[in-house]
Design a protein around this ligand. Structure first.
Ligand SMILES: C[S@@+](CC[C@H](N)C(=O)[O-])C[C@H]1O[C@@H](n2cnc3c(N)ncnc32)[C@H](O)[C@@H]1O
Length: 239
């Protein structure tokens, strides 16, 4: 069931997880937060709005950052957020470490999980927190159509067990983990369906429209949540 019809998250884990991450990390107005692959800026705005913390937000898409900047103005938190357009692996994030790094919506699968975890580890303050969400496989075998819509041949998804191992090897202790409930997927696809009405920008492209229509069709027709899950992890850097 759709529980958040106006969300701008482009992933199944939404606002509740971002706020929970801020609470675990004890974020306050003196804290520094990094949002890796911030998309439309929903997480950055939620953290800034709830905790009044300073947020650095990076995304490779100029269009997304443009949207996020305007959204932050509408949410009255633009003075708390510094936006950067660029590849997170190459963006100059300044010298100061972060108290919380958000990596929501599968950015680790895009940039490489070991690389993403290592970058996060290197940019965190001692005992700092990492909150990420990413797609995993939860069944031994998934139908070909499910593998195809999530591009498993390109991203080679982890299972919960293999992700736990990567987190440990990267120097983190796992403090909390869960799978996003069905409402998270419904919120995500409701947002995607809304964006498919776009007449300009990324979602206006016919190929993108077709790809998302197909993903939504396959996910609900074949019961995608029997095969894939959206893993949420809050992890803490070892000393
Ligand atoms: C699925 S979206 C998730 C956005 C947001 N975190 C959320 O959960 O709604 C992934 C985002 O990562 C961005 N991205 C992908 N590769 C990136 C990279 N190398 N550096 C920075 N951003 C990247 C994309 O442009 C996109 O906005």
């Amino acid at each position: 069931m759709v529980t958040d019809i106006s969300t701008n998250y482009t992933s199944p884990a939404g606002k509740d997880y971002t706020i929970a991450a801020g609470r675990f990390a004890g974020i306050n107005p003196a804290a520094r937060v990094l949002d890796m692959g911030c998309g439309y800026g929903e997480s950055s705005c939620n953290i800034a709005s709830e905790f009044r913390a300073r947020v650095t937000s990076v995304d490779i898409s100029e269009e997304n950052i443009e949207f996020a900047r305007e959204y932050a103005v509408r949410k009255a938190v633009s003075h708390l957020i510094t936006f950067h357009i660029g590849d997170i692996m190459e963006t100059n994030l300044g010298g100061e470490p972060f108290d919380l790094i958000l990596a929501e919506g599968g950015i680790f699968s895009f940039i490489g999980r070991r690389r993403g975890l290592a970058l996060s580890r290197s940019r965190l303050a001692p005992r700092g927190w990492l909150a990420f969400s990413d797609l995993i496989f939860i069944a031994d075998k998934a139908p070909g159509e499910v593998l195809t819509i999530f591009e498993d041949d390109r991203f080679h998804y982890e299972t919960e067990g293999s992700y736990r191992q990567l987190i440990k090897e990267a120097g983190f202790s796992l403090e909390f983990t869960c799978l996003v409930p069905p409402s998270g997927w419904d919120n995500y696809y409701a947002h995607m369906a809304r964006r498919l009405e776009d007449q300009k920008g990324f979602f206006a492209d016919r190929k993108i429209k077709l790809a998302f229509h197909k993903e939504i069709d396959v996910f609900y027709r074949l019961g995608g949540s029997r095969y894939v899950g959206y893993l949420v992890c809050f992890a803490r850097a070892f000393d």
